[in-house]
Design a protein around this ligand. Structure first.
Ligand code: AMP
Ligand code: MG
Length: 404
């Protein structure tokens, strides 16, 4: 599929492979130790190894009665103890059962729990079991989730609510994580004005600064906000010189080759510049290079292009610099809720919603229309050279995969 890219255009896979190789040459290795409550969004620098069996003892999955099946002939059993979660039980007396509640440790000697709904308490207090029983039923065995010494999370795992909950369940109070990357965000263009300011003739509000800044914060980065860079060589040079110690310079706009490519000019003088023409729509031009020794990625300026190229290229690049192994988003085929008649020379990422089991498109797919992404649940990927009839499968990448 990727072989169909127009000659001279770099396929999305090839661009991603090159960026990931660059990321691996510039890993951000510094680490810090953080309490769990501060580790959200960070990347584990060391594997998480279970320091205990989880659960540490067999316990009941139900409110009911624990018994030893091997010794039981089907007769009603007297209740010899009552075990609540958080209590340490006595060994089970032979010929009896134990009242037990969810999460309470199974008494030694018991091997089965019957839920209370399937029992009847007789007038003399004994319990009759109404349904057939199986050994091990409703018992959560010791170590069913993790064994002492087992590697539960790999180094390079991103920490979200689930991973942090898992760390907590294993008693880990502090985690060793990679430090936050420092990312300078530059918006280029004389036409840009910040929200809150009046718009003059020919001016537009700067959306990419907030888009990228918020996204980078979610990715665990420290944003060094370098504001709006005017289309002017001397001021571009000066602004870059002021940035200080950052791990990445991320710009948007001004990537098109030509008069207005001031960032490119400075990189040529004081670093390295590659101008990639990608077989991607939206978002054909991408700047990749260095300013002095700091990596630079220059995204195209149209907001939907900025978004797509950040999502598919810059985001994986940044995550890989932190040692994250899985950096490409989950995708799955869904039936197209539209027809696609003109085969393109670039791979298209269309903003779509998943409705009634089909991907339907936002009516305006212009690269300037950020609203299309706000409306969408995900991106539909149409490979180069492909046409589609309605109902054919297309790959769908949920935005929820990309925006974290
Ligand atoms: P450029 O790559 O600078 O030629 O910009 C391409 C298009 O994106 C132009 O319409 C710009 O006005 C627009 N654009 C560039 N940067 C931004 C930004 N930060 N926010 C909103 N639109 C932008
Ligand atoms: Mg511009």
């Amino acid at each position: 599929m990727s072989g169909d890219a127009r000659p001279g255009l770099l396929s999305v896979e090839a661009a991603l492979a090159q960026l990931l190789a660059l990321a691996e040459q510039a890993p951000i290795l510094d680490r810090e130790t953080l309490p769990l409550a501060e580790a959200q969004g960070r990347v584990l620098a060391e594997p998480l190894v279970a320091g205990l069996d989880l659960p540490p003892w067999p316990n009941s999955a139900m409110d009911g009665y624990a018994l030893r099946l091997a010794d039981w002939q089907g007769e009603p059993l007297r209740v010899s103890q009552r075990i609540l979660a958080g209590q340490a039980p006595e060994p089970l007396e032979p010929g009896s059962c134990a009242r037990i509640f969810t999460g309470a440790p199974l008494p030694e000697g018991a091997d089965c729990v019957e839920m209370q709904e399937n029992t009847e308490v007789l007038a003399d207090g004994r319990v009759r079991f109404l349904a057939p029983l199986k050994a091990g039923q409703n018992v959560r065995p010791r170590g069913q989730e993790a064994r002492l010494g087992e590697q539960v999370l790999d180094a390079g795992t991103r920490l979200g609510p689930v991973q942090l909950g898992l760390c907590a369940s294993l008693g880990a109070a502090r985690l060793v994580v990679r430090r936050r990357p420092r990312v300078a965000v530059l918006s280029t263009g004389d036409e840009l004005v910040e929200p809150g300011q009046p718009l003059g003739p020919g001016q537009i509000y700067n959306s990419n600064r907030r888009l990228l800044g918020s996204w980078l914060e979610r990715l665990g980065c420290t944003v060094v906000d370098a504001g709006i860079l005017p289309d002017d060589l001397a001021r571009t040079r000066a602004r870059l010189a002021e940035l200080g110690d950052v791990d990445l310079i991320l710009s948007s706009g001004g990537v098109s080759v030509g008069e207005a490519d001031f960032l490119g000019k400075v990189l040529r003088e004081e670093g390295e510049l590659m101008l990639w023409k990608l077989a991607i729509k939206p978002g054909k031009p991408l700047t990749v290079g260095h300013y002095q020794s700091v990596p630079v990625i220059g995204l195209p300026g149209n907001p939907a292009s900025t978004l797509v190229t950040f999502a598919l290229l810059a985001r994986p690049y940044l995550l890989r610099r932190l040692g994250v192994a899985k950096v490409t988003p989950l995708r799955f085929p869904v039936p197209a809720g539209f027809a696609w008649n003109r085969a393109g020379s670039r791979r298209e990422y269309l903003r779509a919603r998943f409705e009634l089991g089909r991907a339907v498109l936002y009516p305006n797919q212009s690269s300037g229309v950020l609203r299309s992404v706000s409306w969408a649940d995900g991106l539909v990927e149409i490979p180069e050279g492909r046409t589609l009839v309605e109902g054919e499968p297309v790959d769908f990448i949920p935005l929820s995969e990309l925006l974290v």
